[in-house]
Design a protein around this ligand. Structure first.
Ligand SMILES: [Zn+2]
Ligand SMILES: [Zn+2]
Length: 147
């Protein structure tokens, strides 16, 4: 499975459907062989709830929705899941991922420039973080690029 291609495909979907004025974020929850996708946006898709403020626009982050789902998966199957995201998780989402105890690995494409601390929080919590560069060949193949 090409994670990077899958994320890029879902980024287009996120950008086309999101009500958020800032950006479209796609977060895939990798549970076994299946990936469930979640997107960012305001409660009830109400555009007046998005202030357009950098890092604090008021929308629910895609990772937030994915982790909520991962908690139930963990309760049901006892397994941890992995996340696929187009942007590296912000500090708040990283903390949520950390306390949930449900996520073992996070794959991302683009570093979130205004909030790089998320990655450090994840690593501190023992969550593996992998950047999917253009030459990434898959989690078990060659070309395993991290950074
Ligand atoms: Zn927003
Ligand atoms: Zn976030």
């Amino acid at each position: 499975m090409d994670y990077r291609a899958e994320i890029l495909e879902n980024t287009k979907i996120a950008e086309s459907i999101t009500v958020c004025k800032r950006k479209g974020v796609a977060c895939g929850l990798l549970q076994g062989e299946a990936t469930k996708w979640f997107f960012n946006g305001p409660i009830g898709r109400d555009p007046t709830l998005c202030s357009n403020e950098v890092g604090n626009c008021g929308c629910i982050h895609a990772e937030f929705r994915a982790v909520e789902n991962a908690i139930r998966w963990r309760q049901l199957r006892g397994e941890k899941a992995s996340l696929l995201v187009n942007f590296s998780p912000c500090t708040s989402c990283a903390n949520l991922i950390a306390v949930s105890g449900c996520i073992e690995r996070v794959y991302y494409i683009t570093l979130t420039e205004h909030d790089k601390r998320g990655l450090r929080h994840l690593e501190k919590a023992g969550v593996e973080v992998i950047q999917l560069r253009a030459d990434f060949k898959g989690p078990y193949g060659q070309g395993y690029a991290t950074g």
